[in-house]
Design a protein around this ligand. Sequence first.
Ligand SMILES: [Zn+2]
Length: 336
Amino acid sequence: MWQLYGQDHVLRQLEASLKQGRLAHAYLLVGPPHVGKMTLALNLAQGVDCASGPGVPCGGCSQCTRIATGHHADVRVVGVIPSPAGEPTRTVIGIDDIKEVLHRTSLKPFEGACGVIIFDGAEAMSEEAANALLKTLEEPPPQVVLLLLTADEEALLPTIRSRCLRLQLRPMAKQQMAERLVAEHGADPPEAERLARLARGCLGWAISARSNPDVLAEREAELARMQEAWESRLEGRFSYASQLASLFFRDRESARQLLFLWLRWWRDLLLIKEGAEEYVHNSDRLAPLRLQATGLSTEQVLGFLKRLLQTLDALDRNANPRLALEVLMLDLPVSP
Ligand SMILES: [Zn+2]
């Protein structure tokens, strides 16, 4: 069975293609971090190679089990592997990482009906690696399905995007997620409600936040830094912009996620101004939100929200991050 919830639009499409034997050579799985791209990729690999397939994977045969545990010779994951402690973080999928795996596409699958290669964080490919992949996409080998996973499709070469069938994963509804967290992950209802509210539709985030306290602590720290920038004068705000810009160079997706944190905060401020507190995302932060909202006019909140969206858009279009973020900080209303 499928392990992915709340993505029926994608599953129906894949199910039909599997049954008719008309799977595309390459798919682009698009969605925010932790929305379920890797779950879908592994599940699809099972659907391709399942002993009773192709079709909806049984989940129990030896093919399905080996794929789920990462022991299937024909299903490979290529991504940025965290560096050992003390070494600089490697944020690029290089040519050496994908050369070997692409070579494998010319060979027959060893044990399954079809090989599946999963590129996790496909936007992180070096130019050389992307060009090598493009060659493979231009002449797709038989018996191999390529799955490109990305949270930032704009950062991929348009020529790569155009050769993949795009599948958009949607954030899961809050209520549905809370129910899943209770039913399958042992959360109690208030905890499930709180996590579902913070998870922005990404079940994987809620599950990791439950088991790993660092995830929530990280959010606390980011909110504190955001608050500090709000309370600072220009110098402090520029220093925040500069930190965010260097994060953007190192890890583009994390920097975008930080701007989304700002965006949700300022949407919350707008909801409070409009008297719709029950919809606030950061519901555990009502007191500071209310306090900040009283010092701002609705026009100021709307104006800054618009600036945040423009900045995200400009960064997607490869604007200079430092400049874009400094200008954003100039437009941050002055705290009373
Ligand atoms: Zn199976």
